[in-house]
Design a protein around this ligand. Structure first.
Ligand SMILES: [Cu+2]
Length: 107
């Protein structure tokens, strides 16, 4: 006999999709390429985990100017993540190439 109400599996699938959507909304990405952070300024909501993904040929670092977060050298194809829970403006720099700077704005 066919059920007329949604199956538990269908309900779980819907719930899972909703969870994935909310997780996606709380992630942000900065790409490191051609000795630049792209975008230079990324605006996110509080609680967002930002990932810096190195797509450059060289290793880079991500250092907060306040010391809040500090990566080790991020090699090509690797990434570094930090979760921003407090609204504010956060500047960072690559310590290997100090002209590489960027900003995360947390709302
Ligand atoms: Cu660098």
């Amino acid at each position: 006999m066919r059920a007329k109400t949604p199956t538990i599996a269908a309900l779980l699938a819907t719930t899972l999709l909703a969870c994935q959507a909310s997780l996606a909304a709380l992630s942000g990405q900065v790409v490191i390429k051609d000795f630049m952070f792209v975008p230079t300024t990324l605006t996110v909501k509080a609680g967002t985990t930002v990932t810096w993904a190195n797509q450059d040929e060289e290793p880079h670092t991500v250092y907060s100017d306040t010391g809040l977060f500090r990566s080790s050298a991020i090699d090509t194809g690797e990434a570094f993540s930090f979760r921003f829970d407090t609204p504010g403006t956060y500047h960072f720099v690559c310590t290997i190439h100090p002209r590489m700077v960027g900003t995360i704005v947390v709302e």
